[in-house]
Write a protein that binds this ligand. Sequence first.
Ligand code: NAD
Length: 297
Amino acid sequence: MSTKIGFLGLGHMGAPMAANLVRAGFEVLAYDPVPAAQEQARADGATVVATAAEAAADRDVVITMLPNGKLVLDVYAELLAAAAPGTLFIDCSTIDVADAKEAAARAVSAGHRPLDAPVSGGVAGATAGTLTFMVGGAAEDFAQAREVLDVMGGKVVHCGAAGVGQAAKICNNMLLGISMIGLSEAMVLGESLGLSHQSFFDVVSTASGQSWALTSYCPVPGPVPASPANNDYRPGFATALMSKDLTLAANALQANGVHGELGTLAAAVYARFAESAADRDFSAIITEIRDNSTGPS
Ligand code: NAD
């Protein structure tokens, strides 16, 4: 592949994504400040460089996979200055819509072509190259990005202008957080009324209360053998990450004057749960609901 890639942020997600690009034949310059991440990238066949700027100079595409929006904006200051004019910047981090728009505006001012392209699918999807990409930015830039996104993803959707990829991501995860809390409350209510988990599942999975949270990610052991509940709530999707995404959604609700009572409440519920259970799968929220239930009055 002649497209030259710079990849910044080689953590849980970025490392396997970069490895898939190397495997597909792209020449990848990789940067992460953490030595263990550098080691892994080297073992995966990327060329590790010593600074962020080096990973952006003389590249066709620069991909970032970083923890938060502030870091993306900070790193962009270095990258945008170092890159050749017209470089395609693809930010795959999950960040605030406002930060994504700001990053895109700064990239355009510096003569580059930005896309926001957050993902869903977790580490398993990143490793298997089956992530879903939700992309915001210009149609012609999206068309060019397909070459690399298709390697890392199974489904790639152009959602609209700059920032709209992030919008799709936080809308989806807000709905997921709300539905997991609602499902968990209903299951704990069912427990207290003598309804077995399997009977709950058999009815609700084909009734109007059906959801992905129930049929693919059931928060109790048994009905869906692959769900994290069967593995002592090891993630999966960690509560800390769900809390982060719900905070982004709650901020967007507020910033845009949307009357989102459940989205705001879900962010508060997961922020509190993350204080004691950051590393547990987010479906473990059912254990907190159960623990805080007082029983019949
Ligand atoms: P992570 O913390 O494992 O990785 C982030 C990496 O960025 C770290 O290796 C860190 O050293 C590196 N980094 C920090 N500063 C840097 C800099 N200046 N230059 C280059 N690298 C730098 O996080 P992750 O789980 O890989 O998540 C990355 C992003 O993907 C986040 O925005 C997260 O919300 C999103 N996301 C994660 C998942 C998941 O399941 N982990 C799923 C979907 C989306």
